[in-house]
Design a protein around this ligand. Structure first.
Ligand SMILES: Cc1cc2nc3c(=O)[nH]c(=O)nc-3n(C[C@H](O)[C@H](O)[C@H](O)COP(=O)(O)OP(=O)(O)OC[C@H]3O[C@@H](n4cnc5c(N)ncnc54)[C@H](O)[C@@H]3O)c2cc1C
Length: 310
């Protein structure tokens, strides 16, 4: 069987597209490795429109419920969860999508909504001490550091949100940032820096993570003076940005210098006819849940027209 459309990814972009695809009665296969996307780790999300506040887990459950309610008997949408797409191959006027578990599926069109994942800290000993005090998830591991001194690496929204969470139970939080200006929203910066347990150090390079079995500290270098300082901490929370999940299409869809899929923002088309992309895996400005969902809906409208006017 050849589907009209295969949607890849179950964050806000892919989930929004799946609901629209079902309501437009496109025969659609939706494949995702997990539900909810990146903000699933957030304790509270305050700007998902229509909801005052909800946790990342609730957001993920809502996406799943909404998509699943539009699939199954009598519907045109089929859902495969827990499956990772490893390749998309052009096959004449169709595409073959391959998954890690050996699945192969055909479709006339593809919508890529695979978002992005964490950028890893490149400092001496960082890999060796991952999960031994160095972590990429404050919501998952933060409470383990109750009453301790910790550091957050990264001065964007994710870094400041992480610091805010940790301030609730850690003894002190020191945020280390690589440049002179923070990238987070002013209101968040102000609120977090007001806390007396909070300290922020700008313009530093993270040089080495200290510790034998567990993290004992971090050595950073002042970029202006070159001076090295060791900060004693028991936990390090890394929030230094995202890397797009686009490796599986790098040979067929043109990417920008950051590895994001190049799209036409008028209609979300990639440079390959038959493939659209939306959300954080694309080269648009600004990455937010509402933007990802909206972009995916735009893509879906365009895919529907392409299928019905071909
Ligand atoms: C810590 C944090 C907090 C944030 N807080 C907010 C906030 O409060 N408000 C806000 O608006 N935005 C927030 N954001 C940004 C927001 O989460 C993203 O902009 C949004 O998730 C992007 O959605 P997406 O659907 O494009 O991609 P993602 O959310 O990254 O979803 C991608 C999906 O694709 C799946 N996937 C990836 N690769 C494959 C593959 N090969 N095969 C199958 N499936 C795959 C993943 O499992 C995931 O389900 C936050 C981001 C972070 C990191």
């Amino acid at each position: 069987m050849t589907y009209d459309l295969i949607i890849i990814g179950g964050g806000p972009a892919g989930s929004a597209a799946a609901v629209y695809a079902s309501r437009k009665r496109l025969s659609t296969l939706f494949i995702t490795s997990e539900w909810g996307g990146q903000s699933v780790v957030s304790e509270q999300i305050f700007n998902w429109i229509g909801t005052n506040s909800l946790s990342g887990n609730e957001l993920a459950q809502n996406f799943k419920k909404h998509v699943v309610a539009n699939s199954g008997a009598g519907q045109t949408l089929e859902v495969k969860e827990g499956e990772k797409v490893t390749a998309v191959e052009p096959l004449g006027s169709e595409f073959k999508v391959k998954t890690e578990s050996g699945g192969e599926f055909l479709a006339k069109t593809i919508l890529i909504c695979t978002g992005s994942g964490r950028r890893k800290l490149e400092a001496k000993n960082a890999d060796a001490l991952e999960h031994k005090g160095l972590t990429y998830c404050a919501s998952c591991d933060g409470p383990l550091f109750e009453g301790m001194d910790v550091a957050v690496i990264g001065g964007g929204n994710a870094g400041f949100e992480t610091a805010a969470q940790l301030l609730a139970y850690c003894k002190s939080v020191t945020l280390l940032h690589r440049s002179e200006n923070f990238r987070a929203d002013e209101i968040t910066i102000e609120k977090v820096l007001k806390n007396p347990k909070m300290k922020a150090i700008k313009n530093v390079e993270i040089w080495e993570i200290k510790g034998d079995k567990f993290v004992e500290g971090v050595i950073y270098k002042d970029k202006a003076t070159g001076a090295e300082t060791e900060l004693k901490v028991s936990g390090i929370f890394v929030e230094i940005g995202q890397v797009p999940n686009t490796g599986f299409v790098k040979d067929i869809a043109p990417l920008d210098e950051y590895g994001r899929i190049k799209i036409n923002p008028l209609n979300q088309k990639t440079e390959i006819p038959g493939i659209w992309a939306a959300g954080d895996c694309t080269n648009v400005l600004y990455h937010q849940n509402n933007i990802a969902a909206g972009d995916a809906v735009r893509a879906l409208e365009d895919i529907y027209l392409a299928i019905h006017t071909k």
